[in-house]
Design a protein around this ligand. Structure first.
Ligand code: NAP
Length: 255
């Protein structure tokens, strides 16, 4: 028997594809065979560069802009993806907006609202937009990127953790609601990963962080992309409702 992770013929949508993890997730899904809709918010040039990389791999690609917290914007993105590539079978909710790291008492309500929109509402709108197209085909992979912070609840992460915990609740309920259609719903929860902005810089090594990781080091953007690709594949056909930490053992969800 040969095991292969083959996404040939699948159409993926990756939100936040222009970001640190999104671009590696995009390249990896394309390398595994998927056509990819590359979502961006502000950085169209980056999206176009990524699309050129995907096409160079022999896959189809398109660039789509949306505010992931806005229903009309997400629905317009869904229509653009369908027109350019077809019905998506893999959705990766990866985008997130920036916010100030500060205490709950100091955090602006605008930060709580933007995290709620780009984490929780983002997952809801992407599900409403893309899952109906998966149902008749009895196949779909709905994946969201969470974070180890959701389990840690450290100080100064109130807005972020509240948004991601809301997303976690939506994903678990959704898994039960759409599973009968053979659509899986899963979350990948990275630790503090090494990505382009750290690679080869003095900040790549973070001993204070790494000492609490079971593997005693930071992981890479590619580790997250590998987990996403696995969950998107037929190898993960019977995995749903999962919160999968990619943290080298930094956090360990209890049973
Ligand atoms: N990096 C890590 O180590 C790490 C660790 C744990 C969890 N995560 C999670 O992994 C995911 C990716 O993180 P990242 O570090 O790669 O993020 P990032 O580099 O900050 O990229 C964020 C992405 O989201 C898009 N975006 C921002 N605001 C948006 C909005 N309102 N509507 C639509 N798109 C918006 C950006 O688009 P433009 O570029 O076009 O502006 C960009 O593509 C996030 O969900 C994050 O919580 C990351």
């Amino acid at each position: 028997m040969t095991l292969s992770l083959d996404l040939t013929g699948q159409i993926a949508v990756v939100t936040g594809a222009t970001g640190e993890l999104g671009r590696v997730i995009t390249r990896t899904l394309a390398t595994a065979g998927a056509d990819v809709a590359i979502h961006y918010h502000a950085r169209r040039e980056r999206a176009e560069e990524l699309a050129a990389e995907v096409r160079a791999l022999g896959r189809r690609a398109c660039c789509v802009r949306a505010d992931v917290g806005d229903e009309a914007s997400v629905n317009a993105m869904r229509d653009a993806v369908k027109a350019e590539l077809g019905d998506a079978s893999i959705v990766v909710c990866n985008a997130v907006s920036q916010y100030q790291w500060t205490s709950v008492l100091e955090q602006s309500i605008a930060d709580f609202e933007s995290q709620w929109r780009t984490c929780t509402v983002h997952a809801v709108l992407m599900a409403k937009a893309f899952i109906p197209g998966m149902v008749p085909r009895r196949h779909g992979r709905f994946i969201a990127i969470n974070t180890e912070c959701t389990m840690q609840c450290h100080p100064n992460q109130g807005a972020y953790v509240s948004g991601k915990r809301g997303m976690d609740g939506v994903m678990r309920v959704l898994a039960r609601e759409v599973g009968e259609h053979q659509i899986t719903v899963n979350q990948v929860a990275p630790g503090w990963m090494i990505s382009d902005k750290y690679r080869g810089t003095a900040d790549e090594i973070q001993p204070d962080y790494a000492k609490n990781v079971a593997l005693k080091r930071r992981g890479y953007d590619q580790d997250v992309a590998n987990a996403v690709s696995f969950l998107a594949s037929d190898l993960a056909a019977f995995i749903s409702g999962c919160y999968l930490p990619v943290t080298g053992g930094h956090v360990m969800p209890t049973v």
